[in-house]
Write a protein that binds this ligand. Structure first.
Ligand code: CTP
Length: 398
């Protein structure tokens, strides 16, 4: 594929040279575009040598004229000739320009003229990354379906430790390949997805929860992003890194999940309720730790709110997908939940087996659809199961 590699002015600009090399090794053609400030950190000649192409810069009288084309190059032509725009590192400044449509240099002008997929790998000081202005710009860019390779956490050039360093090149490459490989059949969708377990506190040190690992929900989030969807991921506590590009909302209890879901319902076109929500919680949360007393202990439980049921009543014309984790009678229970909770699809899985369902990397599901249709999806890695579920969503939309 033909990739524009935009390099902006940050200390991580030197890493973009290695990135260019890896892209070429993967069989891509790379057109490097350096901003004026990127040139302060790395010479165009480096990229010209690696890519075998003249580098586009914003400086007419570049120090290496033999290696550069000036910004008088037609940006429309460059936009049309390339399949993907990657910016690594992307400074807070270029993110702001992209988010708000400023076009005062070649890269920002090219961005406005470019209609293909965009991958952005931000790198900056941790305070700049955490600033509400940057976060708001990132949300705008995510909302346009761009893939954001979140910066990593570690030692930063400014001498502090925090989140802001350019993600590893392998993560950026993986994001590029994932974007190029997938059909963008979910580009019109904003998917509100819940994942993981909930935790219902008993006292300050204990809670009720379940064995959900979040792997199925996170696999769905990743697959949906790769297929072009905007994903709002409402997640219970899990030990997984959320997929790059997801808007992540972390919750603990069923009530918090409920509130986060309904606060984010408006933009959603599809809701996938993959989370294993606790059906019961302690009727009273004790403020002090329960001490053992030599006899048994009873805890009174009360029902939590049924989020899926409420969604069924309030979904409007959104597609609604529920999950059913069962130990017996999967087909019957899945069909019943489809009906009772007004879903468009129930993803049923039998739990309790050895290498499928909770905690496993594999799954085996039964899709229950309206009209008494059942589709069996045989055992496969959760990433593949995720794509089969999304295939059905695409069919439901057709
Ligand atoms: N769910 C929910 N809110 C709850 C409980 C469950 O939104 N308080 C959702 C889950 O996210 C899942 C679906 O309901 O999509 C199925 O959950 P499950 O607990 O298996 O089903 P229930 O309808 O609670 O039925 P039962 O307890 O009879 O299995």
């Amino acid at each position: 594929m033909r990739i524009v590699l935009g390099v902006t002015g940050g200390i991580a600009a030197y890493k973009a040279a290695e990135l260019a090399r890896s892209l070429i090794r993967n069989g891509h053609e790379v057109q490097a575009v350096l901003t004026r400030s990127a040139e302060e950190f790395i010479r165009p000649l480096t990229f010209a040598s690696l890519t075998g192409r003249k580098v586009i810069t914003d400086i007419f009288s570049s120090a290496s004229p033999e290696a550069t084309l000036s910004s008088s190059v037609e940006h429309i032509g460059v936009a049309q000739e390339h399949d993907l725009l990657l910016v690594a590192p992307a400074t807070a400044n270029i993110l702001a320009k992209f988010a708000h449509g400023l076009a005062d240099d070649f890269l920002s002008t090219l961005y406005l003229a470019f209609s293909g997929p965009v991958v952005l790998a931000p790198a900056m000081n941790d305070k700049m990354w955490a600033h509400p202005a940057t976060l708001a710009n990132i949300e705008i860019l995510r909302g346009r379906g761009h893939s954001i390779v979140d910066p990593g956490t570690g030692f930063l050039a400014c001498g502090t430790i925090g989140q802001g360093r350019l993600s590893e090149n392998e993560n950026i490459l993986a994001a590029v390949e994932a974007v190029l490989a997938q059909p963008k059949d979910l580009a019109q969708e904003t998917i509100l997805l819940t994942a993981g377990p909930t935790q219902e506190p008993i006292d300050p040190v204990r809670y009720l929860s379940n064995r959900s690992s979040g792997k199925m929900g996170y696999a769905l989030a990743q697959a949906a992003i790769t297929r072009g969807a905007r994903v709002i991921l409402v997640t219970g506590p899990v030990a997984l890194e959320p997929p790059t590009g997801a808007q992540v909302i972390r919750v603990k209890t069923a009530q918090e999940m409920h509130d986060a879901v309904f606060a984010n319902l408006e933009p959603a076109t599809t809701i996938i309720k993959c989370a294993a929500v606790a059906d019961y919680r302690p009727a009273a949360v004790l403020t002090e730790k329960i001490k053992k007393n030599g006899i048994g202990l009873s805890i009174e439980l009360e029902r939590t709110v049924d989020i899926l049921e409420e969604l069924g009543a309030r979904k409007g014309n959104r597609l609604l997908v529920g999950f059913a984790a069962e130990t017996t009678n999967l087909r019957d229970y899945a069909a019943r939940k489809l009906e009772n909770k007004h879903c468009d699809m129930i993803v049923g899985n039998l739990v309790g087996g050895l290498d499928s369902g909770f905690e496993s990397d594999n799954n085996e599901v039964l899709l229950a659809l309206r009209g008494g249709v059942f589709i069996e999806v045989p055992k496969a890695p959760k990433s593949q199961i995720a794509n089969r579920i999304l295939d059905q969503l695409v069919k439901l939309r057709a």
